[in-house]
Write a protein that binds this ligand. Structure first.
Ligand code: HEC
Ligand code: HEC
Length: 508
């Protein structure tokens, strides 16, 4: 047998480099945005701004700071549907390697805010804390609440047709909510073309990351006291120095020129950033809404969604060893990684769901219904029905890019090493059920094949993600129950991001 040609045969069908794909963007973006670089600046500032949190401590980045996921280990377990902590003593516990795989129906989620009801804004509060009344919910209090699913990476979300594990953040953004044009509340934005404020239904598409981004800010688990509205969040942030509680590196790849270093924050205002990015008809009206909000406050969800979407679209990890290999640098993958690619494509059938340069067929370009969302036997459908209204325990196929750094794995965060994930597939999943995809069945992989498959997945890490180099750099962050993180500029951080709990991915 001739080694060279059989190799070529075995990896035929490998996806091309990610750099061959165009990043999806709303076809009608120009209807809203007058200056895309300005919108990206706004989006990055909003994504990282902890003042968004009702407690002045939670930004989008707080749950997505480490390779696009949450690497905190203290108070990140949700007790799951049975309401009982099976794997740790209770709220506030710190996860260790010995807790994996998690016991019972526990979930590794992300922590947001302490449960509280919103009374009103407190614009003079120097720590950006809203006026709220905390509520003992008998589960997490006085710790922050923890989400019931593991946070997927924001890196690569640009390519997803519908975001979230169940795809509920729709491809078509309605300017206000995640649910798309089908939202029964018929959301509208306010447009003033010179003759006063008019309510208008809008659609920007494809823009699932925008639909996604308007979900968390006023969500009472993730970022806000219960009952805050988007116009109120707009009023709050328009009154604040952008990133006023955080440091921005002077060489930040997007925000550097506006950095107020050595002081915190930016040398501009959110109003100025919105004016630079969006057409006047969405924010320049002199008329107030019946509730007394300015047009800029009232349309804050539109600016938030589209600008964060455009920032997320810049987070493209297309320089992994795999990409370099596919661009002709055949030495970029080791022989063992090439053997793992063969398993990924052939014996493991991983490619049928994790296909295309995105390594997921839940993407816009490579979308395939049956492979985009699948029941892979991770949990019983009764524990989490996944995609609705089907309710058959189907979850969105996540990308495998940077999986080295995005553990723990699956929607419930049950497994912590990639070898554990490979063993899961090799035994045909955990939960046998009528809705399980027929491709999830025992694979009969040898120890060497499992090892090679893990090794291949490690070749999907972009070193710029690992070292937080541009475009993956960002302001400082002070996550509750986490380690403070210094601001990082375009050149990256000295210390790399390591796998969750520093695991060895080859360990079962
Ligand atoms: C409290 C932690 C937390 C905060 C804060 C948070 N997220 Fe998330 N994020 C999650 C979790 C958990 C999920 C998965 C939820 C689900 O699928 O039901 C998620 C899902 C996502 C996804 C979907 C990725 C995919 O592949 O489906 C994106 C994109 C995202 N978040 C971006 C954001 C943005 C933008 C913000 C700020 C507006 C934000 N997140 C705030 C925890 C958080
Ligand atoms: C039938 C479609 C399908 C096939 C085949 C498949 N996967 Fe998956 N994969 C999924 C889905 C869906 C999830 C998310 C499941 C969940 O969380 O409930 C997932 C999750 C993962 C994750 C976790 C990623 C994360 O961020 O949590 C990894 C790693 C992974 N798959 C690797 C593989 C490998 C390796 C193979 C081949 C042995 C494979 N997959 C085969 C659909 C598939």
């Amino acid at each position: 047998m001739e080694a060279g040609s059989s190799l070529a045969q075995n990896i035929s069908g490998a996806p091309p480099s990610l750099s061959t794909l165009q990043v999806p963007e709303p076809g009608n973006l120009d209807d809203f945005v007058k200056n895309k670089p300005a919108a990206i600046i706004l989006g990055k500032a909003l994504f990282w701004d902890e003042q968004t949190g009702g407690d002045g401590r939670v930004a989008c980045a707080t749950c997505h700071f480490s390779s696009g996921v949450d690497a905190r280990t203290t108070n990140t377990v949700s007790p799951g549907p049975n309401g009982i902590f099976n794997s740790v003593p209770g709220p506030g516990a710190t996860l260790t390697l010995a807790d994996f795989p998690l016991a019972g129906d526990d979930i590794v989620g992300s922590q947001g805010v302490v449960r509280a009801d919103f009374n009103g804004l407190d614009l003079a509060n120097p720590l950006a804390i809203d006026d709220c009344t905390s509520v003992d919910d008998g589960t997490f209090f006085p710790e922050p609440r923890v989400t019931g699913r593991n946070a997927p990476s924001v890196i690569m979300a640009a390519f997803n047709r519908d975001n979230f594990w169940d795809g509920r953040a729709k491809r078509d953004f309605n300017g206000v909510t995640p649910a798309g044009p089908g939202d029964p509340s018929d959301p509208t934005v306010l447009v003033d073309d010179g003759s006063g404020l008019e309510e208008e239904e809008v659609v920007a598409s494809p823009a699932s990351p925008a639909s996604q981004a308007v979900g968390p800010p006023n969500n009472a688990v993730e970022m806000s006291c219960a009952g805050r509205s988007f116009p109120e969040l707009g009023r709050k942030l328009l009154n604040k120095t952008p990133l006023g509680l955080q440091m921005v590196a002077p060489d930040d790849s997007v925000l550097g020129a506006l950095s107020a270093a050595p002081a915190n924050g930016l040398t501009t205002t959110y109003a100025a950033m919105i004016q630079a990015a969006f057409h006047d008809e969405f924010h320049a009206s002199a008329e107030l809404t019946p509730d007394g909000f300015t047009q800029m406050e009232a349309n804050f969800s539109l600016f938030w969604g589209l600008s964060v979407n455009l920032y997320v679209n810049t987070l493209i990890p297309d320089d992994s060893p795999f990409d370099q290999f596919r661009e002709g640098n055949l030495g970029a993958l080791t022989p063992n990684q090439i053997a793992g690619l063969d398993v990924f494509l052939n014996k493991g059938k991983c490619i049928s769901c994790h296909g295309g340069p995105e390594f997921t067929r839940a993407s816009i370009v490579n979308f395939s219904g049956g492979s985009a969302f699948a029941n892979t036997g991770v949990t019983p459908t009764a524990a989490d029905g996944g995609r609705q209204p089907e309710n058959k325990g189907k979850f969105k196929t996540p990308t495998v890019r940077n999986a080295e750094l995005t553990g723990p794995y699956f929607h419930n965060g049950r497994y912590v090493t990639l070898r554990q994930v490979v063993d899961f597939y090799n035994r045909g999943g955990d939960v046998m059920n009528a809705d399980k995809d027929s491709r999830i069945r025992p694979l009969g992989l040898t120890a060497a094949e499992k090892n090679a498959l893990v090794d291949f997945m490690l070749a999907l890490t972009d070193n710029r993600v690992r070292f937080r180099m541009a475009p993956f750099d960002g302001p400082s962050l002070d996550p509750v129950n986490g380690t403070p993180i210094a601001a990082v500029g375009a050149g990256g951080a000295a210390a790399p991001i390591t796998p969750f709990l520093n695991v060895n991915h080859f360990s079962p």
